[in-house]
Write a protein that binds this ligand. Structure first.
Ligand code: SAH
Ligand code: TMP
Length: 398
């Protein structure tokens, strides 16, 4: 495989096998034509970048039927309010133009209520983009890349902040992305973005963070090394609790900002914990194999006991667990979810029925596989009458 940044050859260190599109919930008549790719992962030693090899083309994943809506999680709505407030407080003096990459249904941008700020969202998935527009947010229904950004001639070097969350790891052509950022940002402009953290994935063994859309799992070391190649530098990092452990990265033009102590501290930690080198990948691989065995042992035990099992939340992450461990309707009767676009369809690859929350309430199983483990607090609060010992489980410690 070829590193998506250095363009040098690297050897994949593990494969999860054939994977479908993680958010490709489908109907029975679509089973035969379902798309699969080989989900291999590799690591560039030069820039410490954890990345997928093959993956579907972005248009196959982000289109008029993208079934993920930021507003489906109350906790995330709250998080985006505090993220926006953090930006407002820190940079309020000179905020004139702000762009968000991957603005989805507009949950984040909605928080900037100052009419003097020119807000623009870039969102290629048409259905979520339409919702954002209905929310009154100027949203461009295109991929953020150099070709599309160059059309915004009047914003050349005029943008103060480009923000993003859980979107940059979805963009395979990071070089074009950075060229776009360079085109738009003013001299003191900042690129601020949050992403699931490689270190948290290693710690929790949450390999389900890896799926077609998540082409990269970033760390402070990789972000530092990538941006240094393009005359930018990592100036701050703020750990976040979202999505099982994320990082907020702040990147500015080289030599113009103070570098926070947090950057040095986290880089040092990454060296000690082998997050910046291949050793971390190799022990991760071993742990994935152990985790798979443990999960299957547990499910087989449940089956032997004749327990009924259902999944809670048809997350994109669950596609990796189910396909990697080969878990289908032989173990799991159904997966319930709140998203109307998923209900009545089947899970990608393993074809487990997706049902409504109503169905779940009428058919509560003996054991509940919490696929949305990153929303545990919110879900257990909602389902407090089901909050019994040993009722909920996941492939990781929850
Ligand atoms: N920021 C939101 C959405 C994350 S899902 C949140 O954290 O909840 C990722 C989003 O990025 C999707 O809405 C997808 O359509 C969008 N996306 C994918 N590639 C993109 C690109 N090149 N430019 C802008 N948005 C992109
Ligand atoms: P994701 O992990 O791919 O982001 O998807 C989260 C899914 O979880 C989405 O389909 C909505 C679903 N969900 C529920 O069904 N109930 C909930 O309470 C929450 C927070 C999410």
């Amino acid at each position: 495989m070829i590193c998506k940044i250095t363009k040098k050859k690297i050897k994949p260190f593990m494969t999860f096998g054939k994977m479908p599109i993680a958010n490709g919930f489908l109907r029975k008549n679509q089973f035969k034509k379902e798309y699969f790719f080989n989900m291999e992962v590799g690591f560039s030693k030069e820039i410490s970048l954890f990345q997928l090899n093959d993956h579907p083309a972005p248009k196959q994943m982000f289109n008029k039927n993208y079934p993920f809506f930021t507003s489906s999680s109350k906790e995330m709505v709250k998080h985006f309010k505090s993220y926006a407030n953090w930006i407002k407080n820190k940079y309020k003096r000179n905020l004139k133009n702000l762009i968000e990459i991957g603005s989805n249904d507009g949950t984040f941008l909605k928080n900037f209520d100052d009419k003097k700020i020119n807000l623009i969202g870039f969102e290629p998935s048409k259905n979520v983009c339409e919702i954002s527009k209905k929310n009154g947010i100027k949203t461009i229904n295109e991929f953020f890349n150099f070709k599309n950004v160059r059309k915004l001639k009047n914003l050349k070097n005029k943008v103060n902040i480009i923000a993003a969350a859980n979107a940059i790891c979805h963009i395979p052509d990071l070089i074009s992305l950075i060229k776009g950022i360079d085109f738009l940002l003013d001299k003191k402009g900042l690129f601020i973005f949050e992403e699931p953290y490689l270190g948290s994935m290693y710690k929790k063994q949450s390999y389900d963070q890896i799926y077609d859309e998540h082409i990269f799992m970033f760390s402070a070391s990789s972000i530092k090394k990538i941006f240094e190649k393009y005359s930018f530098e990592l100036i701050d990092i703020i750990p976040q609790k979202t999505h099982g452990g994320s990082m907020r990265y702040v990147v500015g033009r080289k030599g113009l900002s103070h570098i926070s102590n947090n950057v040095k501290k986290i880089l040092r930690e990454e060296r000690i914990k082998n997050i910046d080198n291949i050793k971390g990948c190799l022990s991760f691989k071993k742990n994935c194999e152990i985790s798979k065995k443990k999960l299957l042992t547990r499910l087989n035990f449940f089956k032997k006991k004749k327990y009924t099992i259902a999944g809670y939340a048809a997350t994109s992450k669950s596609t990796t667990i189910l396909n990697y461990c080969n878990i289908g309707s032989n173990y799991i009767d159904y997966i319930c979810d709140t998203t109307k676009e998923k209900i009545g369809k089947y899970s990608p690859g393993m074809h487990i029925p997706i049902v409504s929350m109503d169905h779940f309430k009428k058919n509560v199983p003996d054991k509940i596989f919490l696929f949305a483990w990153n929303h545990k607090k919110e879900i257990l609060k909602k389902e407090k009458n089901l909050n019994k010992k040993n009722k909920w489980f996941a492939h990781i410690k929850i």
